[in-house]
Design a protein around this ligand. Sequence first.
Ligand code: ARG
Length: 582
Amino acid sequence: MENIREQLSRLVGEALNKASGIADCDPNVITASRPEFGDYQVDGVMAAAGRCGRKPRELAEAAIAGMSDEDSLVASVEVAGPGFINIRLNDQALMARGNEVLRDPQSLIPADSRVQKIVVDQSSPNLAKEMHVGHLRGTVIGDCLSRVLERLGHEVIRQNHVGDWGTQFGMLIAYMRELDREFNKSASLLQTELEDLETFYRAAKDKFDSDPAFADRARLSVVRLQGGDPEYLEAWQSFIDESLRHCQEIYRRLDVGLTLADLDAESRYNDDLEGIIRELDEKGLLQESDGARCVFLPEFKGKDGEPLPVIVQKSDGGYLYSTTDLAAVKMRSFDFEADRSLYVVDARQSLHFRQVFAVAQAADMASANISLEHIAYGTIMGSDGRPYKTRSGDSVKLADLLDEAVARALELVSEKNPDLAEDERRLIAENIGIASVKYADLSKNRMSDYVFDWSTMLSFEGNTAPYLLYACTRIKSLLRKRPQESPTEELTSLEHAEERALLLKILQLPEVVSLVARECYPNLLCNYLFELAGVFMRFYEACPVLKAEPQTRDSRLALALLAEQALEQGLDLLGIQTLERM
Ligand code: ARG
């Protein structure tokens, strides 16, 4: 089923094409900017009129006269102002759509007509350290976009492009071997040491900085590792496995869909890198600069206008982050044959991606039709206006952050609902705590930095997870009170303006979901859900449900059921599950 906006765009677009004699008019249908204008408005007439040299109002009239409306979706249209068309929808058509969703809830968000293969590069931490607050955004935004695209029927290939290669790992292996020797090889000891990867990393780094002999051993370890020495490879692998276990635990808690099958570790490309350099050379793109091998592209210039290199091989022969990403672009283009490749990565890497995409295109390492998109996000800040850190200035471990969220949520739940059994309170708190952290992130425009603030994200007021989850529990509790004798759910009337407003809002969910799929801004979905909850509350205040006449009552119950469906399906796309009570 087309969503309302699509259907209107088609109807008006065809009529506009016919009236103007231009084949590809963009009707530009949007939801009405003010309720008194109707439900939707057409903003594209003026542009079309400009193209065919007619008066906009006249063209608008002609388009309206020639519009076919097979489902009688439209109740009334009028030309307004310089050439806008205001559209009011037919109540019967709205109810028919609503009833269709009641019969088949999945039809609320129908699949896209054109199915694509879409890579979503997400989370992608560096495995040398433990996941910290900086990985939250790439993990939850990436998961949300994957869910949205999957829901629209696309084939999504999640890729967790973890950093698992490079000099840091030499240092860590050298340090592991050191502990082995010192403590006479006890696997379990190593295990406990690794339990806190952060401390382990810091200890290794301290030793590296203070002990030149150790630093030499560390450098040698890198050479051994990269040379494929089995002993070093084994030590590396056990470190990586342990680090991945930490990540998987975080993913499980966050309820994001990443598994080990989605790994796209940097080391996967080790054998391809030499070939990447060769290919760049064959294409005549390679230049040497201070012993390093670089690609210079005219569009990249430094501050003083001097050409800016993309370094792909260091003078010691080592490869770089960009080299690996070029190999990854190739795989996504030609092995996966993806239509889109989304990189959900910190905005501070935007130059990196612009360069990688440009080099890949110049060297034909990207297929002609793949769309490479850096889905950038800003930084999570502390209240001091600097990147969020612990009081002592360390990065905040994601595991600790989630623990604190749940602890705070438990306090909240215990306050609000002291009579619930302890187990249930804990379960609810786990849900609310994690949901609050995720929602606080997803509801911000991803391009902006935002200040991490416990009290707003855990508030029951405003655009927050607790507010939305609470709104859901209210609807669910209403639905539990449905009288036994109620017949099957069906909308039969829209007496009150608030009923109509709620139904229209519910039916607009698929429009928002399509927009999120296209532009990759999860906050649009959050805003929509927040508004939807508000529209529901207004309906609930204005329209008695259980006390109404049976027929009105049942129609309103059906509407409440639809609202619950929309909230639940929308929250699910954010990776948030609703609760029965809280
Ligand atoms: N591991 C990188 C980092 O921690 C992020 C990788 C993002 N994905 C990519 N294909 N480069 O900064």
